[in-house]
Design a protein around this ligand. Structure first.
Ligand code: ZN
Length: 319
């Protein structure tokens, strides 16, 4: 008999191996076998970090790696989106500015507290030394809409909103000179896209907008850094295929009059052969299918996940 699946990633306790990969003259990727990544840009006079790791203690390991390649000050932290696992380590860098899209700021106001409790409950291993997280939330000190350009000396860094996808506030960091892109969770590689706060209808077009920049290296939200046009294309294609496959399955189920639980079981059965080997597949699927079912039926915008709603949903779908 199968034991019930342990909630989300509470059973995932294995530490991952960190890699620090140079992508260009200015860009580095801090990756960890499918755990959340951090991107680093080293300019003429300062350093920019995109996505912080989950705690200030974990950020210290990123800082240690940065200090192996430069002693320039870490001036900017960019939040590609509002998720706790991406933002709660910010204070560990003591940045001069924390930058996010206005849409991301609005999500922090609306649901930051709930998300913090929810994410820590889902994946305790990712919040190592959680007691080092400052009380309250990580607040951006600068916000922008659509596009913002930073100059790290002569190095141009663009922060771009290319459309909704993983969340409504998604921001990518683009280095035109090196053609390197830091995508946040808009793009994953060998890792299951989390889509509990997603816009399934918009995500594929947003990926096309990423592709139109023609990056030659890309740091995904999870998974190894993508090097070269072929690997970048593969990462964009597999993320897009997963989102399309979930959406198609959910739309078919809804059209057939099935309820969420039936749609969930069908969708997992259909997708598991293709994607079941990706990290956090079992964790993400209940959240992803629930959000897609919401979007297809009656909730254009994602409903707020709370620690309580997480557990109720899991119980309903996995029982
Ligand atoms: Zn995320």
């Amino acid at each position: 008999m199968n034991a019930p699946k342990k909630f989300a990633s509470q059973a995932d306790l294995e530490e991952k191996q960190v890699s620090f990969t140079k992508l260009s003259d200015h860009a580095y990727a801090y990756t960890a076998e499918g755990d959340p990544n951090t991107g680093i840009i080293v300019g003429d006079d300062s350093v920019l970090v995109a996505d912080t790791q989950a705690t200030p203690a974990m950020a210290q390991d990123v800082v240690r790696r940065i200090r192996e390649v430069t002693d320039k000050p870490i001036k900017y932290v960019v939040l590609t989106h509002y998720h706790a696992v991406r933002v709660l380590g910010a204070s560990g860098y003591s940045p001069q500015q924390i930058i996010a899209s206005q849409d991301t700021y609005d999500l922090i106001v609306e649901r930051g507290e709930e998300d913090k409790a929810s994410e820590i409950g889902r994946f305790p291993r990712l919040f190592r030394d959680v007691e080092t997280v400052l009380p309250g939330l990580t607040w951006p000190t600068i916000t922008f809409t659509n596009k913002m350009t930073l100059w790290l000396g002569k190095l141009e860094v663009q922060l771009l909103q290319l459309g909704r996808g993983h969340t409504k506030g998604d921001t990518v960091v683009w280095l035109p000179q090196d053609r390197v892109l830091l995508s946040g969770d808009l793009v994953e590689f060998s890792a299951t896209p989390y889509a509990g706060d997603a816009y399934f209808k918009d995500w594929p077009q947003t990926l096309q907008n990423v592709a139109a920049l023609k990056p030659i290296a890309l740091v995904p939200g999870r998974g190894p850094a993508l090097m070269g046009e072929k690997q970048v294309a593969a990462g964009l294609a597999e993320t897009g295929a997963f989102i399309d496959d979930v959406r198609r399955s959910v739309e078919e189920g809804v059209a057939a009059g099935k309820d969420l639980k039936a749609v969930y079981k069908d969708t997992v059965a259909k997708l598991k052969p293709k994607y079941g080997h990706w990290v956090i597949f079992d964790h993400c699927m209940p959240f992803d299918v629930t959000r897609c079912y919401d979007e297809v039926t009656r909730y254009p915008d994602p409903r707020i996940w709370t620690a309580q709603r997480d557990l109720e949903m899991w119980e309903a779908l996995e029982s």
